[in-house]
Design a protein around this ligand. Structure first.
Ligand code: TPP
Ligand code: MG
Length: 281
């Protein structure tokens, strides 16, 4: 089992992969994939029961990515876990690649669902948790959602049903990075008090630092112990985390670095490697 320090190190490495992927693709999203690195590392390398050699294993935990535009970090984590060879990183957004700009189950069966239209993944995950319970299956259903996508009405329909059905096998992780496509969430459509809103829909709610892998793992363990409620883990993150000129700037929501910017970003991320080991060991 990886130590927390190794997992933190891995998440930083995945950020480097994301930068590589985006610069090769020449288009795509930077801020969200960078800030989700710890969440996807925790999921694929500690939390989830899954088998990269057998992606359709019936008893696998399910992971839905509702905010499909953040796909690069999911792909990077899956490739690191062995779902595909590393060489695929450079095929992001290319015709015929399994790594489409938004997850496409048509092009890659290992992604649990196609996604991109915001809000839909929440409903898909609720349906998956409900059907798992009806089939008396014991796997967990995870869903990563963004804060901007809470603007979608469908999100709340899904939340209402999950609360009503007491789906304790359902665990959501929200990327609370405070940005969306056109600006800061609280300017465009204020979400606060977002935790209270989910509590009012009969969810168990936990708030964590989304860059602290140990806190994410602890929160998932708490969620598993909660009976008769779905759980929302609100993960507070810094958009563009790890790259100084991208951090907290919503203009990096949907653009890739240029070659020169990528060089600076990779230099910054590599300089973090040594620091992480001293901080977490
Ligand atoms: C139903 C729907 N409406 C609009 C869009 C266009 N869109 C793509 S990403 C995005 C911003 C969503 O905010 P968030 O996911 O929080 O952005 P991030 O934090 O990842 O930058 C929008 C409006 C979409 N994908 N789906
Ligand atoms: Mg956001």
């Amino acid at each position: 089992m990886y130590t927390i320090a190794q997992l933190q190190q891995k998440s930083n490495r995945l950020r480097e992969d994301v930068i590589d992927m985006l610069v090769h693709a020449g288009s795509g999203h930077s801020a969200g994939p960078l800030d989700l690195a710890e969440i996807f590392t925790a999921l694929y390398f500690r939390i989830m029961d899954h088998d990269p050699k057998n992606p359709s294993w019936e008893d696998r935990d399910r992971l839905y990515l509702s905010c499909g535009h953040n796909a690069p970090i999911r792909y990077a984590a899956m490739i690191e876990a062995g779902y595909l060879p590393k060489s695929y990183l450079k095929t992001l957004r290319k015709l015929g690649s399994p790594l489409q700009g938004h997850p496409s189950r048509h092009d890659w069966k290992a992604v649990e669902s196609s996604s991109g239209p915001l809000g839909q993944g929440s409903s898909v995950a609720v349906g998956a948790a409900l059907s798992a319970r009806m089939d008396k299956k014991r796997h967990w259903v995870y869903c990563v959602v963004s804060d901007g996508e809470q603007n979608e009405g469908q999100t709340w329909e899904a939340a209402m049903l999950a609360g009503k059905m007491k789906l304790h096998n359902l665990i959501f992780l929200m990327d609370r990075n405070n940005i969306q496509i056109d600006g800061y969430t609280e300017n465009i459509m204020p979400l606060e008090p977002i935790a209270d809103k989910y509590r009012a829909f009969n969810w168990h709610v936990i708030e964590v630092d989304g860059h602290n892998i140990e806190a994410i793992i602890d929160a998932v363990n708490e969620a598993k112990a909660v009976y008769e409620k779905p759980t929302m883990i609100i993960c507070h993150t810094i958009p563009g985390k790890g790259v100084s000129f991208m951090e907290r700037d919503y203009l990096w929501h949907g653009k890739p670095p240029t070659k020169d910017e990528a060089k600076i970003a990779l230099r910054e991320l590599r300089s973090m490697r040594g620091k992480i080991m001293t901080e977490y060991d």
